[in-house]
Ligand binder design. Structure first.
Ligand SMILES: Nc1ncnc2c1ncn2[C@@H]1O[C@H](COP(=O)(O)OP(=O)(O)OP(=O)(O)O)[C@@H](O)[C@H]1O
Ligand SMILES: [Mg+2]
Length: 308
């Protein structure tokens, strides 16, 4: 099924400092290592799609600073169309991540230019939405922009996907514009705190017009709730190194597989395998798999090969 996939989302630079322990107030502490990684859920999911071979267009914003340029160049090298990534006068989105030797982290984020991704940017891409197959969204940009993209996506006949992370309260009216919502358990609970369990939450969202809920369950795989269909899909057995971006790999692979024409259950298996591969690798974008990586894991687990 033709047409690009439009990602409307965040772009960040992650600065990672390794420290023996966290500094106290007023203390200057020598760290042991420094790394710089491209991140942001929008950018990660766009790269995930591009690595699988999708035609992906990113709508987003960076600052007019060296990080913004580096991030945009990097996305372009990955095959993401960045012609709709605006350069703004606000700093590029950043995360300062301190990692201590005992494995704990303390993270500060600055949304920066990600706050400048506006409903107007979405409306200016009306023609693109008209030719697009799907729209993939997360919540690291303003909610009103996510709402505008879900609405325009639906009106343009696109499949609309939302990864509700980092979780925020969503207006009830958004759910009937979404074809596939993929929260993890904590996110689903935060979306509907008053309900008793995730089954009740799923039923409620379907009642509000959501077409399909896919609950991501880490090393337990994922569960689908759609119409009368309730099914669980096990995770792939893998040697876990770092689960960062498993969710981003899942989102990209699920969209890609559906666009390739596979039925939902095959797309979920493919997405579980993509998340599994990402869990075996360190980092975010660095761990996003290719089609071959995913099919290899499926083959090892004796799940029949899919012909992409
Ligand atoms: N430890 C694991 N072993 C096997 N598969 C995993 C593991 N962790 C994640 N996955 C696969 O990746 C999918 C997405 O991961 P997860 O449930 O952790 O999503 P998430 O909480 O959104 O992740 P993220 O922290 O990247 O946002 C899972 O549904 C599962 O199929
Ligand atoms: Mg997630």
């Amino acid at each position: 099924m033709g047409g690009p996939i439009v990602v409307v989302g965040s772009i960040n630079m992650d600065l990672v400092f390794r420290v023996p322990r966290f500094p106290r107030a007023g203390e200057t502490l020598p760290g042991t290592e420094f790394h710089r990684f491209p991140g942001g859920k929008g950018a990660n999911q766009a790269v995930g799609l591009a690595r699988l071979g999708a035609d992906v267009k990113l709508i987003g914003a960076v600052g007019r600073d060296p990080y913004g340029k580096e991030l945009k160049d990097g996305l372009q090298k990955e095959g993401v169309d960045v012609s709709r990534v605006n350069e703004t006068g606000v700093t590029t989105g950043m995360a300062a991540i301190t990692l201590s030797e005992d494995g704990e982290n303390r993270i500060i984020t600055i949304a920066g230019a990600n706050r400048q991704v506006t409903p107007e940017d979405v409306l200016a891409a009306k023609e693109l939405f008209r030719e697009a197959w799907g729209v993939l969204l997360q919540l690291e940009i303003p909610l009103k922009t996510v709402q505008a993209a879900a609405r325009l996506g639906q009106e343009s006949g696109c499949k609309v996907f939302l990864d509700p992370a980092p979780v925020a309260e969503l207006p009830r009216s958004i759910y009937n514009r979404i074809d596939y919502l993929f929260p993890n358990s904590g996110e689903l609970e935060a979306l509907l705190p008053a309900e008793d369990d995730n089954e009740a939450r799923a039923e409620k969202l379907l009642g509000w017009g959501l077409k399909t809920l896919i609950l991501k369950k880490g090393d337990e795989g994922s569960s689908v709730f759609s119409g009368k269909d309730r099914r669980a899909f096990p995770a792939f057995p893998v040697k876990v190194v770092d689960t960062t971006a498993a969710g981003d790999a899942f989102a990209a692979a699920f969209c890609y597989s559906l666009q390739a024409g596979f039925p939902m259950e095959k797309a979920i298996v493919f997405a579980n395998a993509a998340g599994g591969v990402a869990a075996t690798r360190l980092g975010a974008q660095s761990s996003l798999p290719s089609k071959e990586d995913i099919l290899k894991l499926q083959k090892e687990a004796k799940i029949d090969e899919m012909d992409y």
